[in-house]
Design a protein around this ligand. Structure first.
Ligand SMILES: *Cc1c(COP(=O)(O)O)cnc(C)c1O
Length: 393
């Protein structure tokens, strides 16, 4: 028998486990072992694995209409756009399939606006350590060390500032600057939560210098931070916003939202074969309606407090530097670079494993299903203690 995955192009080191099915916060592998999942497909399964609501929305729409072409309207596309406009401070929506694609759309819209209204301004200011996706332009926008050389030459026109340092943003501005793109919580960088004072200063600076403020809410949006959108917690309104990850509960869907003032694509400027397809729009509508209910969001905030308290207790007992995060996007900082080891030990626990993510060598990230139960979360914290005891003693 050939080794597992030998027909796949190598992109990452995967463990020798094949996942067969999932239900809520639980995953089951082909050998029948169960895992409590606090990764949830990298924060995409907002309602956990295989929620009935998503299965029903997909099945009903698949039997009705899958893709009439992005050149025609379809009902789920219109309904989802209407719902996102109702929920947010934005007026217009473009639907796509991935976070990177929505972000590309945001930067294209910003440059289009720069051409029309700002004499050709086109440079984008983004943040060191930031993450905006894996297309070539989004790799330029991201601030991951080494990404500027991996596939060089890279698209140009990106300047970098430092999160929470308004002076660094001011210094990055040139007459050619058109927009600032920010994650309110830098997820991949290690769950760095932007300071509210900094975000308010940034909003004021962007207004004063005629720069678009683009919020990349691919990870923080749709309930993840305890509100429909993280910008609500900062009490600022971005000019453009992107959503993806949790918006369709694990199905591939993303969105770019803008205020009417910036709705400046000419027909033909932007598009994509799968953009606005009714199958994914129906999935998104079902998930957004569920997640953005006030009582659902209140429960997310309760689970978030429970997770924060649990991680603080663990940090105290194991003498760890601490925990941080916003809503159900949290991280535990380790004193040593052994997070990957903790991930492996946690996955190997018996009889049930625990699935965790280590975006940095000294950091564990938690992004459970937004509807995880209180007991399930406690069980996860208990499993985490077992894994930490094995690795850190
Ligand atoms: C995951 C992520 C992206 C990229 O989304 P893809 O769907 O993987 O293209 C962009 N921005 C942020 C903040 C993300 O967390």
């Amino acid at each position: 028998m050939s080794p597992l995955g030998s027909d796949l192009i190598t992109i990452t080191a995967r463990p020798d486990v094949v996942f067969a099915e999932g239900q809520g916060s639980w995953l089951v592998d082909e050998a029948g072992k169960r895992y409590l999942d606090l990764v949830q497909g990298w924060a995409v399964n907002s309602l956990g694995h295989s929620p009935a609501l998503l299965a029903q929305a997909l099945a009903a729409q698949a039997g009705r209409l899958v893709n009439p072409s992005p050149g025609f309207y379809n009902r789920p596309m219109l309904d989802l756009a209407r719902r996102l406009v109702e929920l947010s401070c934005f007026d217009r929506v473009f639907l796509a399939s991935s976070g990177a694609e929505a972000n590309e759309g945001a930067l294209k819209l910003a440059r289009r606006w720069g051409r029309k209204e700002r004499g050709g301004a086109h440079e984008i200011i983004s943040f060191e350590q930031g993450f905006h996706g894996r297309t070539l332009a989004m790799m330029s926008a991201s601030g991951k060390p080494g990404w500027d050389r991996l596939y060089a030459p890279m698209p140009q026109g990106f300047a970098k500032a430092r999160l929470d340092d308004i002076g660094s943003v001011e210094r990055a501005i040139t007459p050619a600057s058109v927009a600032v793109m920010i994650e309110f919580v830098q997820g991949e960088a290690g769950v760095h939560v932007a300071d509210p004072g900094f975000v308010r200063e940034l909003r004021a600076l962007c207004t004063e210098r005629q720069l678009l403020l683009i919020a990349d809410e691919v990870q923080t949006g749709i309930g993840r931070c305890g509100h429909a959108f993280a910008y609500e917690r900062y009490d600022v309104e971005p000019d453009l916003m992107t959503l993806a990850k949790g918006i369709a509960g694990g199905a591939p869907l993303s969105a770019l939202l803008c205020k009417e003032r910036f709705n400046c694509f000419e027909p033909g400027d932007q598009g994509g074969t799968f953009c606005g397809n009714p199958l994914m729009a129906a999935a998104g509508l079902a998930v957004v309606n569920e997640v953005c209910r006030p009582d659902f969001l209140a429960a997310v905030r309760q689970r978030s407090e429970q997770l924060a308290r649990g991680l603080q207790a663990i940090a105290g007992d194991f003498r760890l530097p601490g925990e941080r995060g916003l809503g159900l996007l949290r991280a535990l900082v380790l004193p040593v670079a052994r997070a990957e080891e903790v991930v492996e030990v946690a996955r190997g626990l018996a009889p049930v494993g625990l699935l965790l993510n280590a975006p940095r060598p000294q950091l564990l990230r938690f992004m459970p299903a937004l509807n995880i139960g209180a007991e399930e979360l406690d069980e996860g914290l208990a499993l985490l203690r077992r894994a930490l005891r094995q690795v850190l003693g």
